[in-house]
Design a protein around this ligand. Structure first.
Ligand code: ADP
Ligand code: MG
Length: 467
């Protein structure tokens, strides 16, 4: 495919906030509620005569995200009615923000943000053949919408942005943002163009995973490029992703914002945020934890491998374990290696927080024994496995299983002499300059000591004896 055309992508990402209650009423906000229509009330069901009340926690969450992403927090803000008819929207309008979003501007992963605003989620429709059911548990759940500028240039970059946003929301504890649960939903606007003027865009909806988002954007870039190269025009429309066919398909021609007849909701107060104490940016800033980017920098500074850095950024639980071990004096590369390959292996690849049978102190002790060369790397792995499966302290395990490094020189020398006397042909190979012969001898010694000898020391002994 010709590379003459360059892609431009802008993302619109919705995330359900994990507040106790819904956006404008006291109904519980529980995405895990399995019973349909359990968490509803006259307000979120849109009964006439009811009045909405703004959920402060939701406003605060969005302001905190805005502050963390270096956006401008609004001083004046209001909520608008976005009018449209659909069975999942009980009032006949969705309360959203139009002219005065809570946050304007900002940046994440080098991508400029347009805005972040707050709205209410719709109910969930379940289509069953010739009829549909509606679950209103989700109706009125606080929903944050983040819009980026059209500045993303590849499908990969778009997916990376969405992943970093998910992680950031989780670090901040404002959203769980599981895409497969619909707690975070990504819409991608895609266009291609030969020059600096942006082309006609399409908007792809229903992207339920990072992988699907990436594939759908990739597909859409190629599709549009094909259309333009054939001298035809891209139609501005909303498209969906067909997972079976692995292609996007036309859903509907996009409605303009004028179709929604936005107007300020007369039932809700306008907010002058500087006059509301708990929304002051100093107080909010104190509630923002270290962000993924800051943690990434911290891990990087310890000099560990880039892949290990990313594991710790993705798993704050293991990241904290790593940092506390290093703080306790353990070697960063050894610690990183034991966590990312051995411990995660024992955890079955699941990097989520879990309770270990061993104490953190025991883990530090194991790393200290390794760093000091008291035990070899093989023994370290075996001890960690026992600690993981049965608990226990590394010193007693090492003693019990005879895993302490044997660095008794006289003993090792005697062993080396014995091995030399039993392997005439290998010794001849060694003398005729075959490098692999020495490896074989070291291997024999490691076997005899059950891996507890230091291979470097053994190697020196052999070289010395065979001089
Ligand atoms: P609309 O009015 O159609 O909703 P907006 O201007 O509100 O469009 O932008 C919605 C999203 O589409 C934003 O993320 C924006 O960055 C992106 N976008 C706008 N124009 C383009 C374009 N030509 N190509 C790709 N993305 C675009
Ligand atoms: Mg728009």
């Amino acid at each position: 495919m010709s590379s003459e055309y360059k892609a431009t992508i802008g993302l619109e990402i919705h995330a359900e906030l994990k507040t106790e209650t819904k956006m404008f009423c006291n109904s519980k906000n529980d995405p895990d509620e399995k019973k349909p229509n359990a968490n509803i009330c006259p307000v979120c069901m849109g009964h006439p005569g009811t009045l909405p009340v703004i959920n402060k926690e939701a406003v605060k969450s969005v302001l905190k995200v805005g502050l963390a992403l270096q956006g401008n927090l609004a001083d004046y803000t209001e909520f608008d009615r976005k009018n449209y008819f659909y069975p999942d929207i009980p009032k006949g309008y969705q309360i959203s923000q139009y002219k005065y979003p809570l946050v304007s501007g900002g940046e994440l992963n080098g991508v400029k943000l347009t805005r972040i605003h707050l709205e209410e989620d719709t109910a969930l429709s379940k289509h069953k053949g010739n009829y549909s059911l509606i679950d209103f548990n989700r109706a009125g759940v606080p929903l944050m919408e983040l819009v980026t500028e059209p500045v993303i240039t590849s499908a990969k970059q778009a997916a990376a942005f969405a992943k970093e946003l998910q992680l950031t929301l989780r670090y901040m504890n404002v959203a769980d943002a599981n895409m497969e649960k619909g707690e975070m939903r990504v819409e991608a606007n895609v266009s291609v163009s030969k020059d600096s003027k942006l082309g006609t865009k399409t908007e792809i909806k229903n992207l339920n995973s990072f992988k699907i988002a990436e594939k759908a954007i990739e597909y859409e870039i190629e599709r549009q490029t094909g259309i333009l190269e054939a001298g035809e025009k891209v139609v501005q429309e909303t498209r969906g992703w067909d997972e079976n066919k692995q292609e996007t398909f036309s859903q509907r021609q996009k409605e303009g914002s004028s179709d929604y007849r936005y107007f300020p909701d007369p039932d809700l107060p306008k907010l002058k945020l500087s006059e509301i104490k708990e929304f002051g940016s100093i107080g909010l800033a104190n509630e923002i934890p270290d962000l993924p980017s800051e943690k990434r920098e911290l891990y990087r500074e310890t000099g560990i491998k880039a892949e290990d850095v990313e594991v710790f950024v993705q798993s704050p639980f293991l990241g904290e374990l790593f940092l506390s071990a290093v703080k306790a004096g353990a070697s960063p590369p050894i610690t990183a290696n034991y966590i990312t390959s051995d411990l995660i292996g024992l955890m079955g690849g699941n990097i989520k927080e879990q309770k270990f049978k061993f104490s953190i102190k025991s883990f530090f002790e194991l790393l200290r024994m390794l760093s000091k060369g008291e035990i070899g790397s093989r023994a370290g792995k075996d001890i960690l496995k026992i600690m993981y499966e049965e608990g226990g302290a590394p010193k007693s395990i090492a003693k019990e299983k005879g895993l302490y490094q044997q660095n008794d020189m006289t003993e090792l020398r005697a062993l080396a002499e014995k091995i030399i006397s039993e392997n005439d042909s290998v010794i001849n190979d060694y003398k005729s300059g075959q490098g692999s012969a020495l490896q074989f001898l070291i291997g024999q010694a490691m076997k005899e000591t059950k891996g507890s000898a230091n291979p470097q020391v053994i190697s020196e002994i052999f070289t010395d004896l065979l001089k």
